[in-house]
Design a protein around this ligand. Structure first.
Ligand code: DSN
Length: 395
C-alpha cells in the first residue's frame, strides 16, 4: 500500500484481532474470498435502481451480480422465487429495518418490538432511534421470572393497541423465539409480522435455529454476524402480501431506493453473494451446529462457576451473563474492561429488569460465532469460561 499510515493501522488491527479471544456475538471473521469481492472494482460503479431498471449505463455485470446475489439469498433459506423477494441493497441492518417501517407503517403508527433492556435492537422502535421518533414503540415484555417473552401479555397488548408491524428479533435474547405464536398474535391484531434475524440468520441457514420464513411477512437480516459475510443487509418479503392495494415487496423496494438510499454498494453486494454461497455448504452447517454447542458449553461452565446466566442458559450463539448479581458480583462495565485487559473481548449489556444504567449495566453479552470460525470446540469453551471466571474474580 502507498498510504503507510493506513497500512500501519490495518496491520495493527489485524494483530489485535489475532491476539484476542473474540466473544462479541455479532462479530465474525470473513473468508479471503469475501474480502476480495468486497474490495473489488465493483465498488467503482454507480447502479442506482434495480437490476435491468437502472438510472446509469454500463450495468451489464452489475445486473448479473445483483440478480445472482438475490438468487443465492433465496436459495440459502429454501425460498421459492415466486413467493419471496430479496432486496440485497440495504447498507446495513438499521437502514434495512427503517426501510420496512417506511414502507408499511404510517407516521405515528405503532411498532411492537422488544425494548433494548429486554434484548431488542435500537431499530425495534427505541426512543433514541429514528424508529422510535417517527413511530411509537409498543414493548414486548419478558416474564420477569423466566426472562422469556411473555406471549400471553404480548397477545393482549397487541390486540388492544393494534401495532401495524410486530417485529421480533434480538441482539441479546439467548433463546428460541416461537414464531408460530408470533404469527397468531399478528393475525389476531391485524399486524404484519416482521422478523429481524440478524443475529441468528446463520443458525437458521445451518438448521439449528427455527426458521421464521414459514410465519413471517418480512424477514430482515444483516449479513456480517452468524452469516459470516461483509457488513450489509438483506430484506426478504412475501410477494403475495399487500398493504392496502400495494404489494409489500414493491413498497419495500421503493423505500430502500429511492426512499432511503442512492446507489447500492456493489462491492458489498459481491461480498454478500460470496458469503451466501459459502453458507450453503455442509461445512457451514457443521459450523453453525458447533456455534451452538460451544455456546451451551460456555454457558454451562460459567454457571457451574457461580455466574448467573440470564434465562438459565442459551439456545443460540449468545449468552447474557448477569455479572452484577444484585451486588454480589461486579458491574458489566468493569467486567468488560477487566476481560479486555486479559485479552477477552466482549461487551457490557443490560439484563432484563435492569436496575443499573445502559452505560454501566449489570451484565455482559458473550457469544461464540467468531471463535468457532477459528476452530474452537467445547473443550476450549471450558477453558475460556475458567479464564473469564478467574479474571472477574481477580484470582
Ligand atoms: N450492534 C449489533 C450487535 O452487536 O448486536 C446490533 O446492531
Amino acid at each position: 500500500m502507498h498510504d503507510k499510515q493506513i497500512e500501519k493501522l490495518i496491520k495493527a488491527e489485524e494483530k489485535r484481532q489475532k491476539g484476542v479471544i473474540n466473544l462479541i456475538p455479532s462479530e465474525n471473521y470473513v473468508s479471503k474470498d469475501v474480502l476480495t469481492a468486497l474490495g473489488s472494482i465493483f465498488d467503482n460503479k454507480y447502479a442506482e435502481g434495480y437490476p435491468y431498471a437502472r438510472y446509469y449505463a454500463g450495468q451489464k455485470y452489475t445486473d448479473e451480480l445483483e440478480t445472482l446475489c438475490q438468487k443465492r439469498a433465496l436459495k440459502l433459506f429454501k425460498l421459492k422465487e415466486d413467493l419471496w423477494h430479496a432486496n440485497v441493497q440495504p447498507l446495513s441492518g438499521s437502514p434495512a429495518n427503517l426501510a420496512v417501517y417506511l414502507a408499511l407503517v404510517p407516521k405515528g403508527g405503532k411498532i411492537m418490538g422488544l425494548p433494548l433492556s429486554s434484548g431488542g435492537h435500537l431499530t425495534h422502535g427505541q426512543k433514541v432511534s429514528i424508529t422510535g421518533k417517527m413511530w411509537e414503540q409498543l414493548p414486548i415484555n419478558l416474564n420477569p421470572k423466566t426472562e422469556l417473552i411473555d406471549y400471553e401479555k404480548m397477545k393482549e397488548d397487541a390486540i388492544r393497541e393494534k401495532p401495524v408491524v410486530i417485529v421480533v428479533g434480538f441482539t441479546a435474547y439467548p433463546r428460541f423465539v416461537d414464531f408460530k405464536k408470533c404469527r397468531e398474535i399478528a393475525d389476531a391484531s391485524g399486524a404484519f409480522l416482521m422478523v429481524d434475524m440478524s443475529h441468528f440468520a446463520g443458525l437458521v441457514a445451518g438448521g439449528v435455529y427455527p426458521s421464521p420464513f414459514e410465519y413471517a411477512d418480512v424477514v430482515t437480516t444483516t449479513t456480517h454476524k452468524t452469516l459470516r459475510g461483509p457488513r450489509s443487509a438483506i430484506i426478504f418479503s412475501r410477494k403475495d402480501k399487500k398493504s392496502g392495494d400495494k404489494d409489500i415487496s414493491v413498497l419495500i423496494d421503493k423505500a430502500v431506493f429511492p426512499g432511503l438510499q442512492g446507489g447500492p454498494h456493489l462491492g458489498q453486494v459481491a461480498g454478500v453473494a460470496v458469503a451466501l454461497k459459502e453458507d450453503n455448504t455442509p461445512a457451514f452447517k457443521k459450523y453453525a451446529k458447533q456455534i451452538v454447542k460451544n455456546a451451551k458449553a460456555l454457558a454451562g461452565e460459567l454457571s457451574e462457576l457461580g455466574w448467573r446466566i440470564v434465562s438459565g442458559g442459551t439456545d443460540s450463539h449468545l449468552i447474557l451473563v448477569d455479572t452484577w448479581m444484585n451486588g454480589k458480583g461486579i458491574p458489566g462495565k468493569e467486567a468488560e474492561a477487566k476481560l479486555e485487559k486479559a485479552g477477552i473481548i466482549c461487551n457490557k449489556n443490560t439484563i432484563p429488569g435492569e436496575t443499573r444504567s445502559p452505560f454501566d449495566p449489570s451484565g455482559i453479552r458473550i457469544g461464540t460465532p467468531a471463535e468457532t470460525t477459528r476452530g474452537k470446540k467445547e473443550k476450549d469453551m471450558i477453558l475460556i469460561a475458567r479464564k473469564i471466571n478467574s479474571t472477574l474474580r481477580g484470582k
